[in-house]
Design a protein around this ligand. Structure first.
Ligand SMILES: NC(=O)c1ccc[n+]([C@@H]2O[C@H](COP(=O)([O-])OP(=O)(O)OC[C@H]3O[C@@H](n4cnc5c(N)ncnc54)[C@H](OP(=O)(O)O)[C@@H]3O)[C@@H](O)[C@H]2O)c1
Length: 276
């Protein structure tokens, strides 16, 4: 029996689960729906979708089917790049909410910091928050210059910044992590398993053997140890369980630092670092 998934507190005093299910490339329909149901059964309470992922309907349907009360489930969705701007954001949000079939979204994120329009978009996010249609608002793929610009123009500090983070890029991104921390913004690590690209790293495998855990579990436990929310994606029941079984051990300081030293500025998605 695994301990329950812990939570972190956001800067609006609401709790967010420390681990959730990533939904990118979980096909709309029975695949995504089953993944959510398996995850709920395995103790997950956080689901990370986006209008871009095309599976908000399945996420909503699975949550409604489950016996877990809606109030115990935390749903994140995101505003896609083509929907930036004040009015388009309000419209896109309504469409996401309808697809999800939920009264309110727990966390609404700007998926990418689209140039020129992102400040207008943030105003719309503030409106959604004021109207109680989302419980928290945040950003994704914001690097230091994007976040500084936003903070210069708003009093509503984002609750979360979701960025790609794993030992293979952490030290390269420590500036944005530290800026978020200094402002009370929770950091959420996406692609925490490097999309599977480094799971066969022998150095990682050796650490995994020391703990009797899998390489995936070591990466996820590392992220938890660094204080990040993690959202590994899987549609496979066994791996969904495996990925949540990280709260019954912890990594030594030496192993945490060893993992940090794997940094090679790896990004598995479009890299926002140099984007205006
Ligand atoms: N905000 C953004 O711009 C952004 C960008 C990327 C991702 N995200 C979010 O972050 C989530 C996670 O990132 P990701 O989907 O890019 O990649 P990831 O979680 O790092 O890796 C997912 C891949 O690893 C496999 N996998 C899962 N568990 C495993 C295990 N225990 N052992 C071996 N392989 C395993 C999965 O395959 P199976 O499904 O077959 O298990 C899938 O191919 C996304 O789903 C999405 O919600 C956000």
């Amino acid at each position: 029996m695994q301990p329950p998934i812990p939570t972190f507190q956001m800067n609006n005093a609401l709790e967010i689960p420390a681990l959730g299910l990533g939904m990118y490339r979980s096909s709309e329909g029975s695949v995504a729906e089953r993944a959510v149901l398996h995850a709920l059964e395995a103790g997950y309470r956080l689901f990370d979708t986006a209008s871009f992922y095309g599976n908000e309907r399945s996420v909503g349907r699975a949550i409604r089917k489950s016996v877990i009360p809606r109030s115990e489930v935390f749903v994140t969705t995101k505003l896609w790049n083509s929907d930036h701007g004040y009015d388009s954001t309000l419209r896109a949000f309504q469409e996401s909410r309808e697809r999800l079939g939920l009264d309110a979204v727990d966390l609404y994120l700007i998926h990418w910091p689209v140039e020129r329009l992102r400040l207008d978009t943030w105003r719309a996010m503030e409106t959604l928050l004021d109207e109680g249609l989302c419980r928290a608002i945040g950003i994704s793929n914001y690097m230091v210059h994007h976040l500084e610009e936003l903070l210069d123009h708003t009093d509503v500090v984002p609750a979360v910044n979701q960025i790609e983070l794993h030992p293979y890029n952490y030290l390269s991104r420590v500036d944005i992590v530290n800026l978020c921390r200094s402002k009370g913004i929770q950091v959420e690590a996406y692609s925490p398993l490097t999309k599977g690209r480094r799971l066969k790293d022998l150095r990682l495998g050796r650490i995994a053997m020391t703990y009797g855990k899998t390489p995936a579990q070591i990466l996820l436990r590392w992220a938890h140890g660094r204080g990040f929310i993690v959202i590994p994606k899987s549609t496979n029941r066994e791996r969904i369980y495996e990925n949540a079984a990280i709260f019954d051990f912890s990594l030594s300081r030496e192993h945490m630092e060893k993992l940090d030293s794997f940094d090679q500025a790896l990004t598995t998605a479009w890299d926002p670092t140099d984007k205006p």
